[in-house]
Design a protein around this ligand. Structure first.
Ligand code: NHR
Ligand code: GAR
Length: 216
């Protein structure tokens, strides 16, 4: 059994998608704990209701990123996880923390990287006038939102979209690609080759949203 620790900050819908897929598809994996940096994260309720241990490490209780990350590390390492999954986790992590989990920490970022790293990605996409947007699952490296890409999902930008409408369309592909990518990791099928992530045996590491009837 592989052990997974998931970090969240809020709603936790990506965490929920991973938890549900793990149970439904019978992965050889266990979600050990859901850790949030915010005590009020809605996702903690889903975790507790599903019998998963929860833990809050409130970043406001620490005087800097190093001490917060050290506390986070202690909570994570209690479970000796094979994989750390960032699911809407909103705190930038120190280099030392990231190096420690190198090659075994994944994030989902709501843009087609390397476009639009950082925050407010959907507004960034609208402001740039791109016609295709999406989400990327990547290995976490010290440089924010720059790690090797495991999978991407693309959605169209539709006339009349605001950031909320676009975010909702992207979120659907997130819920599809993130569980798949986590499963590939658990199955030992991913290898990092420089900037690229190979999947063996191969299958599509991309997804194009089915938006029939949603507009133009
Ligand atoms: N840490 C490292 N070192 N590298 C990455 O690639 C990381 C990371 C930590 C989080 C997720 C990321 C995203 O998917 C992630 C990737 C938070 C911020 C941010 O600026 C930026 C990117 C991501 C997550 N956070 C503010 C901060 O001061 C706080 C914002 C808030 O609390 O709402 O940490 O986009
Ligand atoms: C998701 O869209 C995720 O990609 C994004 O926040 C949302 C979290 O939703 N992540 C980031 O912006 C990381 N900075 P969720 O809590 O319902 O999974």
């Amino acid at each position: 059994m592989k052990k997974i620790v998931i970090l969240i900050s809020g709603r936790g819908s990506n965490m929920e998608a991973v938890v549900r897929a793990c149970a439904r598809e019978g992965w050889p994996a266990r979600i050990c704990v859901i850790i949030s940096n915010r005590p009020d994260a809605a996702g903690l309720g889903f975790a507790a209701a599903n019998g998963i241990e929860t833990k809050v490490v409130d970043h406001r209780q620490f005087d800097g990123r190093e001490s917060f990350d050290a506390a986070l590390e202690r909570e994570i390492d209690r479970f000796e996880p094979d994989l750390v999954v960032l699911a809407g986790f909103m705190r930038v992590l120190t280099d030392a923390f990231v190096e420690k989990y190198a090659g075994r920490m994944l994030n989902i970022h709501p843009s087609l990287l390397p476009c639009f790293p950082g925050l407010r990605t959907h507004q960034q996409a609208l402001d740039a006038g791109v016609r295709v947007h999406g989400a990327s699952v990547h290995f976490v490296t010290p440089t924010l939102d720059h790690g090797p890409i495991v999978a991407q999902g693309a959605v169209p930008v539709i006339a009349g979209d605001d950031a909320a409408a676009l975010a909702a369309r992207v979120l659907k592909v997130e819920h599809d690609i993130y569980p798949r990518a986590v499963r590939w990791f658990i199955e030992g099928r991913l290898s990092i080759e420089g900037e690229r992530v190979a999947l063996a045996p191969s299958e599509p590491q991309w997804l194009f949203a089915d938006i029939a009837g949603e507009g133009v």
